[in-house]
Design a protein around this ligand. Structure first.
Ligand SMILES: [Zn+2]
Length: 248
């Protein structure tokens, strides 16, 4: 069940049976020569949407722009400053809480978002604690899960791509998007085959160190079939984890 394809009476009915919702959260940033700019938002969206279709959960709109400052030297990247992202997540959450949601599960697709999402959770909980009827045991529960850290998923990615997984524009994440959008598959020769590794600093420094955007990866290995296997494992794990979260 997708929030933006539902009517308000349908959401009201859903709330009578569950107070939990999944929000995919990601980024709009360069993903190397053959990876889509939406990769980090598309991966959690593709996984969460299938989990929701299978298990009847409610999925909200994808929070699809995040912390991408260091990718700004590549055209197409869009970034929020941390304070904007924290404020937006607070507003999204307060809107959902106003309707009765008590469990918000953020399925994240971008490592660079983690610190800011964690800070947003602190901001949100702070507001709950110091609100009029606050108390120390707020009913609101937030959960952050990075899709690649779902049980079983990382092991499977390493098994499928033992060489050249890397850390940015990975063959695993590109495969997930190719599975979701097979018309977007692109064949691009990578040079060097495996991208360099190094520290992440500002945008200009990033482009100097990683000229085509990749870090440590060879995403020319990405393919639809691998994406399908990774998505299947992730969907299974999300369903099991979300059910526990919903009941907690
Ligand atoms: Zn990514």
């Amino acid at each position: 069940m997708q929030l933006h394809l539902s009517t308000w009476p349908e959401v009201e009915t859903y709330l009578a049976g569950s107070k939990a919702i999944i929000i995919p959260i990601g980024s709009t940033e360069q993903h190397g020569p053959n990876g889509l700019l939406g990769t980090d938002a598309l991966c959690p969206e593709i996984i969460a949407r299938r989990a929701c279709d299978e298990a009847g959960f409610l999925i909200g709109p994808t929070f699809n722009v995040g912390q991408a400052q260091h990718h700004m030297a590549f055209p197409g990247t869009i970034t929020l400053r941390p304070s904007t992202m924290i404020a937006s997540m607070l507003d999204w959450t307060q809107s959902l809480v106003r309707h009765g949601f008590e469990r918000i599960y953020w399925l994240n697709g971008h490592g660079g978002n983690i610190a800011t999402i964690t800070a947003a959770f602190s901001e949100i909980y702070h507001g709950v604690t110091f609100s009029g009827d606050g108390g120390n045991r707020p009913p609101l529960k937030l959960q952050l899960r990075n899709w690649w850290e779902l049980p079983g998923v990382m092991d499977l990615c390493r098994e499928i791509f033992p060489v050249g997984e890397g850390s940015h524009a990975t063959p695993s994440e590109v495969s997930v998007t190719y599975f979701g959008y097979p018309d977007a598959v692109k064949s691009v020769a990578m040079s060097p085959k495996i991208a360099p590794t190094g520290p992440i600093r500002d945008a200009q420094d990033y482009r100097r160190r990683f000229p085509d955007g990749r870090i440590g990866s060879d995403p020319s290995q990405a393919n639809v079939e691998a994406g399908g296997r990774i998505v299947a494992a992730a969907v299974k794990a999300v369903i099991s984890e979300f059910k526990q979260f919903e009941a907690a």
